[in-house]
Structures are given as structure tokens and as C-alpha cells.
Design a binder for this molecule. Structure first.
Ligand code: ZN
Length: 160
């Protein structure tokens, strides 16, 4: 079940049936109200949305439903297209796979600052020695027919 799929029957919350054999599921997670819109915009329109608190002049990315500073509710009117560009706020080189084996070629992971928020994602089309804090980067989206409503719908961020 993808993060954007909604449960319409309570039984679906407790039991997952992939077709051949089902098994009980003890936990379920959703993207939440703002998270759902955030991922739907990426999937359907290739846009990154934030939510802006006018009182605090802060734009959260990803979008959220309240301001962490003043606790004001952020409604749909407060959601803004923040574009697909950001800057590298922090980064690291990854030299091992999840299982601890040496990678043939290191990969780059960055915290990308967009408006007043951060997205953790891969860097692509970029050599490790070229990366620097403050480097402008742009989201490279998967083709629309390959997007599934998750952060992986962005292939990576690349310098421009
Ligand atoms: Zn606020």
C-alpha cells in the first residue's frame, strides 16, 4: 500500500492481502493532511509545496498544517509552490551499502534548504569534490508515469 492510498475499510488497517496470502498488520502510517497534498503535488504536477505562516514570515517545507513557532493553523490558502530549487545546507558522502559493503562509487546525500525547510535527498549529476555548502541545486523529477506519490518521485537534486 502506497503512502497516498486511503483506507476505505477498517479491515484494511489490520490485515494486508497482497493477493496470494495475507498477514496481519499491527501499524499503519499515513502522510497526514499536509503530507498527502505535498506528495500529490510532486506526483501529479512535479511541484514542491510548502506552507507559509504570514505572522512569522516562515515557509515550511514540506508543507504542514500548523506553524511550529506560533502554533497557528496553516490552511490551504497558506500553501505555496516553493519551486524546485534550493541550496545544499549540509551533505555527506556515503561509501557503504546498507549491509556494510563498500560501494563501487560513493553517493552523495544532502539536506537541501528550500524556503525555510530542509529535504534530505540524494545529489546527482555532481562530483563529490564539486559539492559545497550553499551550492544551488534543482530537483530532478522522475517522469510522471513513474511517480508513485513519495519522496522518491524526485530522483535527486542536481547543481544548475
Ligand atoms: Zn507562525
Amino acid at each position: 500500500m502506497g503512502i497516498l492510498q486511503r483506507i476505505t475499510r477498517n479491515i484494511d488497517n489490520r490485515y494486508w492481502d497482497p493477493g496470494l496470502i495475507g498477514f496481519p498488520v499491527k501499524n499503519s502510517y499515513t502522510a497526514g493532511v499536509a503530507g498527502q497534498r505535498f506528495f500529490e503535488e510532486i506526483k501529479e504536477n512535479g511541484r514542491i509545496f510548502g506552507s507559509k505562516c504570514a505572522g512569522c514570515d516562515l515557509t515550511y517545507v514540506p508543507a504542514r498544517i500548523y506553524c511550529e513557532r506560533c502554533l497557528s493553523g496553516l490552511e490551504e490558502k497558506d500553501w505555496v509552490d516553493v519551486g524546485d530549487e534550493g541550496t545544499v545546507y549540509a551533505y555527506t558522502e556515503v561509501h557503504q551499502t546498507k549491509s556494510g559493503e563498500a560501494k563501487e562509487k560513493p553517493s552523495l546525500i544532502a539536506a537541501v534548504k528550500i524556503a525555510d525547510g530542509l529535504l534530505i535527498h540524494r545529489l546527482g549529476d555532481c562530483l563529490p569534490e564539486a559539492v559545497h555548502i550553499g551550492m544551488p541545486v534543482k530537483a530532478e523529477f522522475k517522469p510522471k508515469n513513474e511517480r508513485q506519490g513519495g519522496i522518491e518521485d524526485i530522483k535527486y537534486f542536481k547543481p544548475f
